[in-house]
Design a protein around this ligand. Structure first.
Ligand code: BES
Ligand code: MN
Ligand code: MN
Length: 469
């Protein structure tokens, strides 16, 4: 009996054994192909990687051609092009626009990676690499799900961009010039995660983002802290005071008008979140791995993460940070900050509110300025279109559990533009909450990858089954 020496003492009839072997070989090939994609360091926020971003775009274009796409094209940029493609025409079938991104975040701090970020490695059933979950691994699932399924009766359109992690300027400009690119019966975005292992989700909101650099200057040049200390202003001290005025210890953001547009979720939605497999204690101990949580204590942790805006300091530059000691009063200090925005808040309004607050909180002897680097409006999506039920059914068929509605704390800048032509935007994903996006040792579990290919394949099949959705 050929099947007798399978792992785990499995014994299979010979036809099943052949299927088992061909699936295993297929998985080996798929892993090899995904690893090729992950090996390209397509970091969009660092210009030294411009050519790598272009190579990742080439990888996507080659895959699209392999799937039989027509009009495969690079749009909007030489180095970070949006990759466009149109699947084989299926008359009468619904049009599905697939969005994803081939760029990744910088991998630093490099020393904290167990294996290097651009040398994809499998350990304990997990694939470790920058971009494994965000978003190359998920783009890979979306594409391979088409290959495996014969020919789904779906008119595929692809918009795979290379600047998502840097604010999506190329794609925004493209959609301004050519808004018809987003015309579709549905848009599928797989760039998020399950809410817990075994619990796939579909998201009704995404937070927006307002990213800014705040600079304060207190004198023409740095000054000797002995000669001047006690009477001359210190840029770092002024910056710290400004930042702690913008947000106080209890988590309250004190930018005048900032909360004006914020709406609390309905009671029913808040009640539904209580039934999700989310424990504040586990979140602290296993995910944050810190000693305590912060923020507005009268709201639940999920409400703070999903339905309230934030103010975060990402880094502070300037002054003396070198080896040894130097007694100096710094003349200038800069903070990189960002605010996450929730539905109803507007990026443009928040930019004005922040600029006004900085002006108001800055003493006369300090010059403060603010520069906005990039941003995104929040998104809100109704989960009523029939395509959501099909995604739910696809997950149910593969995992035995359908999608739970959730909200996302992260941002995908272009989602409001994808929704602008009226098509439902399906925000989902196959990652897990502990995939460590943007952090050292990002990973994707192989089970998530294989299930993901199955799920999207099933979804395409269901979408194509009864014509237009
Ligand atoms: N895939 C994420 C967004 C995300 C993360 C959504 C987690 C839901 C849960 C995306 O690649 C991302 O990181 N976006 C940036 C956008 C920014 C750089 C403009 C973000 O949210 O910081
Ligand atoms: Mn992403
Ligand atoms: Mn990201």
């Amino acid at each position: 009996m050929r099947g007798s020496n399978l792992p785990g003492g499995l014994s299979l009839a010979s036809r099943d054994f052949d299927l088992y072997i061909s699936a295993a070989m297929d998985r080996e090939r798929l892993l090899r192909e995904l690893s090729e994609f992950l090996r390209i360091p397509s970091v969009s926020t660092l210009p030294v990687h411009n050519q790598d971003c272009r190579r990742a775009a080439d990888w996507v274009a080659t895959e699209l051609r392999r799937l039989g796409c027509r009009n495969v094209d690079f749009l909007g940029s030489e180095t970070h092009p949006v990759v466009w493609g149109e699947g084989p025409e299926v008359p009468g079938a619904p049009t599905l626009l697939i969005y994803g991104h081939y760029d990744v975040q910088p991998p630093d701090p490099l020393g904290e990676w167990t294996t290097p970020p651009f040398e994809p490695t499998v350990r304990d059933g997990r694939l470790y690499a920058r971009g494994a979950a965000d978003d190359k691994g998920q783009v890979f699932c979306l594409l391979k799900a088409i290959e495996g399924r014969g020919k789904p009766a779906v008119n595929f359109r692809f918009l795979i961009e290379g600047e998502e992690e840097f604010g999506s300027k190329v794609l925004f400009d493209l959609l301004k010039r050519e808004p018809q690119r987003v015309a579709a019966d549905a848009v599928l975005v797989a760039d998020m995660s399950y809410v817990a292992p075994g619990w796939p989700a579909v998201y009704s909101t995404l937070r927006g983002l307002c990213y800014a650099e705040i600079t304060v200057r207190t004198s023409k040049t740095d000054l000797h802290s002995g000669e001047y200390g006690g009477a001359a202003p210190n840029a770092h001290e002024e910056l710290c005071r400004l930042l702690t005025q913008l947000k106080s210890e209890d988590g309250q953001i004190n930018i005048p008008g900032f909360y004006g547009a914020v709406k609390r979720p309905a009671k029913a939605e808040l009640a539904a979140w209580k039934k999700l497999p989310f424990k504040e204690k586990d979140f602290l101990e296993k995910r944050v791995q810190g000693k305590g949580l912060v923020g507005l204590k009268k709201y639940s942790v999920l409400e703070r993460l999903w339905a309230l805006p934030t103010f975060e300091i990402h880094g502070i530059l300037g002054g003396f940070t070198g080896e040894g000691a130097k007694t100096v009063i710094p003349a200038e200090a800069t903070a990189k900050v960002s605010m996450r925005l929730v539905p109803n808040q507007k990026l443009k309004t928040v930019e004005r509110q922040l600029a006004a607050a900085i002006k108001r909180f800055t003493p006369k002897y300090v010059t403060a300025s603010v520069r906005f680097l990039h941003g995104a409006d929040p998104a809100q999506i109704k989960l009523t279109d029939s395509s959501f039920a099909k995604l739910d059914a696809a997950f149910k068929a593969v995992l035995g559990r359908g999608t739970v509605p959730a909200r996302a704390g992260g941002s995908i800048p272009v989602v409001p533009a994808l929704a602008s032509a009226g098509a439902p935007v399906i925000l989902t994903g196959i990652g897990l909450p502990d995939d460590r996006l943007h952090a050292p040792n990002e990973k994707l579990e192989l089970k998530q990858l294989w299930d993901g290919i199955e799920v999207f394949g099933k979804f395409y099949e269901l979408l194509g089954r009864n014509g237009s959705s």
